[in-house]
Design a protein around this ligand. Structure first.
Ligand SMILES: C[S@@+](CC[C@H](N)C(=O)[O-])C[C@H]1O[C@@H](n2cnc3c(N)ncnc32)[C@H](O)[C@@H]1O
Length: 317
């Protein structure tokens, strides 16, 4: 993974965070993940022992591997390329319902889910490493101080398990009972049942508003909201409508000596600058550093970069 800020400037106000962008955070893969090839609107990836073909509108170039290598894929998702659109999986041969993979101390299940998801977003590895680095440094600096992390829209829990494995106390929020079940399964699979993780099935905005009323604080906040989603009671999440209010509440939840906040956004019609400016406005008195850009995956064969999402991350030091 490499971090290449090609431009940065100092913000005008003393207490505003220093801005660094664009920053491209790159993941090249690991034992249980590789982007093998891409082209003609699809990508060929390996998740553990299974190769998978999925739609990828950004893969506009040509394929580097032979057609036979694509045809040997264990699973192909076809249909609507819209994140929330319909579509279906087709399997060649026997594929299990779930299979095991690992990233560091975390073990997790792959599974063929709706919306072409497979239970993990590999490009997030750049964030996992950064968060764990922050926690490690803080534990070195203040070994007895508890570190509280809030992970919103937490899905199958890797961004909760990894900080917990580093010694943090994690609160994980997701609106989907299924996602919470899968995340807990991943905790057990990892042999990390003893770690202090609160798994909460709730609407993220509601939870955050309540935490503000309670006067709770966190040392680190991670949020990976979808473009559009629903809380357990039908509460509507729309990133354009809901994100500004959510960020303004989250700013109140940051502890005085908080470490970080990370926002990632997928499949929206925005530049990373929109995320950056919104975070800058929200964190205008926090000092520290605000970096924004894209999460990309580096392809194995042709070494091409595939952009997956936008991010903006703040750190106090
Ligand atoms: C798949 S993850 C995030 C990955 C990526 N950002 C994306 O757009 O697909 C999105 C998670 O947010 C959860 N979610 C959706 N709406 C929510 C809400 N209102 N409150 C809490 N979680 C929500 C979903 O259950 C899902 O697990």
């Amino acid at each position: 993974m490499s971090e290449t800020p090609s431009a940065s400037h100092f913000a005008a106000h003393g207490s505003a965070p220093v801005a660094g962008y664009p920053l491209i955070l790159e993941t090249t893969g690991w034992k249980d993940y590789k982007l093998l090839d891409m082209g003609e609107g699809q990508k060929l990836e390996r998740y553990g022992r299974f190769t998978i073909v999925r739609p990828e509108p950004q893969a506009m170039g040509s394929r580097r591997l032979k057609p036979a290598q694509w045809e040997r894929a264990d699973a192909v998702f076809s249909g609507d390329t819209d994140e929330e659109g319909p579509g279906r999986w087709k399997f060649s041969g026997n594929v299990p319902e779930t299979w095991e993979m690992a990233y560091g101390p975390a073990r997790y299940h792959g599974r063929f889910m709706s919306f072409r998801h497979v239970g993990v977003f590999p490009e997030q590895a750049a964030h996992w490493n950064w968060v764990n680095g922050k926690i490690r440094a803080e534990r070195k600096r203040a070994p007895d101080k508890p570190i509280k992390i809030l992970n919103l829209f937490g899905y199958t829990g890797l961004a909760s398990l990894l900080p917990a494995s580093e010694g943090a106390q994690v609160t994980h929020i997701d609106a989907s009972k299924k996602a919470i079940t899968y995340a807990r399964e991943n905790q057990t699979l990892s042999g990390l049942d003893d770690l202090p993780i609160r798994w909460i099935c709730e609407d993220a905005s509601k939870f955050v508003a309540r935490e503000v009323r309670r006067g709770s604080t966190y040392d680190g906040i991670i949020l990976d909201p979808p473009k559009y989603g629903r809380g357990p009671k039908g509460e509507v999440w729309d990133i354009y409508e809901s994100l500004p209010g959510m960020l303004s509440d989250l700013q109140k939840l940051l502890a005085k000596d908080a470490l970080f906040m990370i926002l990632t956004a997928y499949a929206i019609r925005s530049s990373f600058l929109a995320m950056h400016e919104l975070m800058a406005e929200t964190l205008s008195h926090q000092g520290g550093r605000l970096e924004s850009g894209e999460l990309v995956i580096r392809e194995d064969v042709g070494q091409r970069a595939l952009s997956t999402s936008l991010f903006s991350r703040w750190s106090s030091r």
